[in-house]
Design a protein around this ligand. Structure first.
Ligand code: ZN
Length: 139
């Protein structure tokens, strides 16, 4: 597998609007997109920091993955996402190496990216997302 960069860092927040203020007013970043990912029961807000993004995640359902995460651990860093050139191949490769997968095959995440999660049990407790790098500028 070839990882080109950190695609984004996912941060669980209780209130998207409130958190956006911090990133915009204090850090001076610009939120360029808000999107609901029904599948994951989240509303996301994106900021670009160089080639990497910050993805804020607010749950739309207390029983969703972000709702449960905040319940257990509070707000904070939720996952790290790496960009790779061929996601299906990468998943096959890590599974062969004994990594437990949450997603056995790629699915659609925010921004139309193909994504898959690796289980934190296999990754030193860091929830890890692999994203397929489908943008020419990032290659
Ligand atoms: Zn993500």
């Amino acid at each position: 597998m070839k990882i080109s960069h950190i695609e984004h860092i996912g941060i669980a927040v209780k209130n998207l609007e409130e958190s956006i203020k911090y990133y915009e007013d204090i850090l001076g970043l610009k939120c360029y997109g808000i999107e609901e990912v029904k599948d994951q029961k989240v509303k996301t807000a994106f900021f670009k920091v160089g080639q990497t993004k910050i993805e804020l995640l607010e749950t739309t359902d207390p029983e969703g993955p972000i709702g449960k995460f905040i319940d257990k651990k509070g707000e904070g860093i939720h996952h790290i996402a790496f960009a790779t050139d061929n996601l299906s191949e990468a998943l096959k490769e890590v599974e062969e190496k004994g990594i437990q997968l949450i997603d056995k095959s790629p699915r659609k995440g925010a921004e139309g990216l193909n994504i898959a999660f690796l289980h934190p049990k296999s990754t030193g407790s860091v929830l890890t997302e692999l994203c397929e790098n489908n943008s020419e500028e990032n290659k």
